[in-house]
Design a protein around this ligand. Structure first.
Ligand code: G3P
Ligand code: CA
Length: 267
């Protein structure tokens, strides 16, 4: 399961382990970070949401049902929305067994815990604000957590961090609050609208089926808020044929559950 470390400038697209190396370890857990590191990947993507009592946690779905045992532990709490649970309640949940017995006992991490492990493993972070419309103020809170953990230090904002979201307002807000932080918009704006996005986003990150060479060219022809060409990181690329196609289209980054498959295809 080992891949050559880092692609990137001059060496093909940057590989990003989606929700951690989520093909091999439960998504958005510390084990997923460790697995990404073990596989030689340099970038990890995650998803941030907020509990009822205001704790930032790393979890993808807006409910706890799929990736934890919340239905068993709290049978009366349908539909198990993340935002309806306190962090103390979430600590009772198992976020690993659904993936496999060896991950039994894995926890939904706080953002602070996630950042600490990312630092320890010397990994770079593509952080997604998930469903920001459900969590007013999460842009500022996330930036505060990042700052406290050292992730807004100059070297980090230059080289090690991108904050992305499907919510354009959230991306714009992050840019307003911390113009030095690189940002990404998840989606495929019409080409005529790209200049408006270039005012606040350094990356335009489409689903792989929307990637064409002409779209990638149109994005990369623009300069982002930091004066550099806009980049395209595409998701979620899990097979060799798709990896070759998006690579041929000229993308800057490939977000994948299976970094080894992508690396073998285009490395
Ligand atoms: O990083 C891109 C990708 O994570 C967006 O989709 O649903 O996996 O968060 P999703
Ligand atoms: Ca995500």
């Amino acid at each position: 399961l080992s891949v050559r470390p880092v692609a990137g400038p001059g060496g093909g697209p940057v590989l990003v382990a989606h929700r951690g190396a989520s093909g091999y370890a439960p998504e958005n857990t510390l084990a997923g970070i460790d697995k990404a590191r073990e596989m030689g990947v340099r970038w990890v993507e995650n998803d941030v949401q907020r509990t009822k009592d205001g704790v930032l946690v790393v979890v993808h779905d807006t409910t706890l049902a799929r990736t934890t045992d919340a239905e068993e532990v709290f049978p009366d709490r349908s539909p198990w929305n993340v935002r309806d649970f306190t962090f103390r309640e979430i600590t009772r949940l198992d976020a690993g067994s659904w993936f496999g017995p060896r991950y039994r006992g894995a926890k939904v991490p706080t953002l602070d815990q996630f950042l600490e492990r990312m630092s320890r493993q010397r990994l770079n972070l593509l952080l997604e604000l998930k469903a920001p419309e459900l969590y007013p103020g999460i842009e500022r809170e996330t930036l505060t957590a990042l700052r406290r953990a050292g992730w807004l230090d100059r070297s980090h904002v230059r080289n090690r961090l991108v904050v992305q979201s499907f919510g354009a307002d959230a991306v714009r807000r992050v840019h307003q609050l911390r113009p030095d932080v690189k940002t990404g918009f998840l989606g495929t704006p019409a080409q005529a609208e790209l200049p408006a996005y270039a005012a606040f986003a350094d990356q335009i990150n489409p689903t792989h089926s929307a990637v064409t060479a002409s779209y990638v060219d149109a994005v990369q022809a623009l300069k982002g808020p930091h004066g550099k060409p806009l980049e395209v990181y595409t998701w979620t690329v899990n097979d060799a044929a798709t990896a070759r196609r998006v690579n041929d289209a000229g993308v800057d980054g490939v977000i994948t559950n299976f970094p080894d498959v992508v690396k073998d295809a285009i490395g």
